[in-house]
Design a protein around this ligand. Structure first.
Ligand code: BG6
Length: 454
């Protein structure tokens, strides 16, 4: 396979899933630190208290990255580690950790790609004004973003404001599966708008501060296909695609909301607080690139079984075969026709190619990074060796799809495997592994290189 010389080859993690040290050196709790303590919310009660202990072992981890030849590392900054109250005093010990990590990466010729928000909102902001339910959170996020640009912007030139808004918003506000665990679709849409504004404010702040790098946002990319040719399934697919694709990507890349869909949801849930000034702000802050996290497509059927999405963990692991939060459609699991992972996520590299084509068709020549893609599996261990052949195969097949897209003229600038190391899967604990590096949880979190690493 041949890729452009400046193509960024990387792997990714997120603070809560990898760092541990949840209450050390001045870090305050995030909404996840509190949520995982509610009985029944996570798989066997697992938490990120220790995670992969990257906070203490980052030097060893960066050495492993360097040895593997990783060109870039995507990680996120824990907001309550650097600003324990959300927007108050700076925790210099938290700043020091990220500063050291960045320096260590650069010393080893690894380019840092930083996500500001990978779901760990300071609990203080949730308590003070309901977190993302309030416009106050937009100001707080801008404060956080400016702090990061100021302290790290001299060395970090690639920034992602938010990771997968659709996930933390749907699970947080419509299905109760992530914090703050509410069930109120109106809030889901309102919060999505406030987050878009926070993104826009960070983009403008970044440019106004004279930074020289690029800034964008990462969305889930899950192309929807009607399961049958029936009118019902096609209509259901319109709802799924309007929500999962247009509702989320349009404001970031076009500065507007899809009109017909907005009308439909406002008729159902009530008028949203979206002002003309808000829309001008969105228009003025087009992202430099779009990050996409691709794992699987969705086969969509009308929800004629009238099934309801329940709040339990099992119904919210993104496996195929679940009703949507709004009840209008459901995803279909069809093991006769399609290939699936152990967690019932469809394996379909063609849909990754298609996802990029759809973005290109709707938004033009926007640069794209694949900021996550990978196989969640329970790896085979034989005589202390981790034989993750299925992961190698998965990644290889998806890279072919990337190559095809590049050949067709799509501006794909990088690929980040999820994940660099085995880490906490939010709702599946440590059982679902994605990494190139295995963490032996029975042996002091010892790192072992997997077959995919070697
Ligand atoms: C993405 C997230 O949704 O998918 C990651 O950005 C997450 O944080 C990954 O871990 C895989 O999801 P899961 O549920 O299999 O861990």
């Amino acid at each position: 396979m041949s890729f452009p010389a400046d193509f960024l080859w990387g792997a990714a993690t997120a603070a809560y899933q990898v760092e541990g040290a949840w209450n050390e050196d001045g870090k305050a709790p995030s909404i996840w630190d509190e949520f995982v303590r509610i009985p029944g919310k996570t798989f066997e009660g697992t938490t990120g208290d220790i995670a992969a202990d990257h906070y203490h072992r980052y030097k060893e981890d960066v050495q492993l990255m360097a040895e593997m030849g990783l060109k870039s590392y995507r990680f996120s900054i824990s907001w309550p580690r650097v600003l324990p109250e959300g927007d108050g005093a700076v925790n210099e010990q938290g700043i020091e950790f990220y500063s050291n990590l960045i320096n260590e990466l650069l010393t080893n010729d690894i380019i840092p790609f930083v996500t500001l928000y990978h779901w760990d909102l300071p609990q203080a902001l949730q308590d003070e004004f309901g977190g993302w339910e309030s416009r106050q959170c937009i100001d707080a996020f801008e404060t956080f973003a400016r702090l990061c640009f100021e302290r790290f912007g001299d060395r970090v030139h690639h920034w992602i404001t938010f990771n997968e808004p659709i996930i933390f918003q749907t699970f947080g506000y419509a299905t109760e599966a992530h914090p703050p665990a509410k069930r109120d679709p109106f809030l889901l849409y309102q919060v999505s708008h406030y987050v878009n504004l926070a993104h826009a404010r960070a983009v403008l702040a970044y440019r106004e501060m004279g930074n020289k790098g690029e800034i964008g946002l990462t969305h889930v990319s899950q192309p929807c296909y009607a399961y049958t040719n029936s009118d019902e399934d096609k209509e259901a697919t319109w709802w799924a695609e309007s929500f999962g694709f247009h509702w989320y990507y349009d404001p970031i890349l076009k500065g507007e909301y899809p009109a017909e869909y907005r009308k439909a949801i406002e008729a159902q849930y009530g008028k949203l607080d979206i002002t003309d000034d808000d829309l001008s702000l969105l228009k003025s802050a087009r992202s430099d690139f779009i990050g996409i996290n691709y794992y699987q497509p969705a086969r969509i059927a009308a929800n004629n079984q009238q099934a309801e999405r329940t709040a339990d963990r099992e119904s919210n692991t993104s496996a195929a075969g679940t009703p949507s939060f709004c009840g209008r459609y459901r995803t279909v699991l069809d093991t006769d026709q399609f290939e699936y992972t152990r967690w019932n996520w469809e394996i379909c590299p063609d849909a990754l190619h298609d996802a990029m084509k759809r973005i290109h068709a709707r938004y033009g020549d926007i640069p794209i990074y694949i900021t996550e893609n990978g196989l969640g599996d329970e790896d085979l261990v034989v005589n202390d060796e981790i034989l993750d052949e299925p992961r190698i195969d998965y990644i290889r097949r998806h890279l072919f799809a990337c190559q095809q897209a590049i050949e067709e003229g799509i501006k794909l600038k990088g690929y980040y495997a999820w994940s660099w190391i085995d880490l906490l899967s939010w709702l599946n604990g440590y059982k679902k592994q994605y990494g190139f590096v295995y963490v032996d949880r029975d042996n002091k979190l010892k790192r072992i290189k997997k077959q995919s690493y070697l």
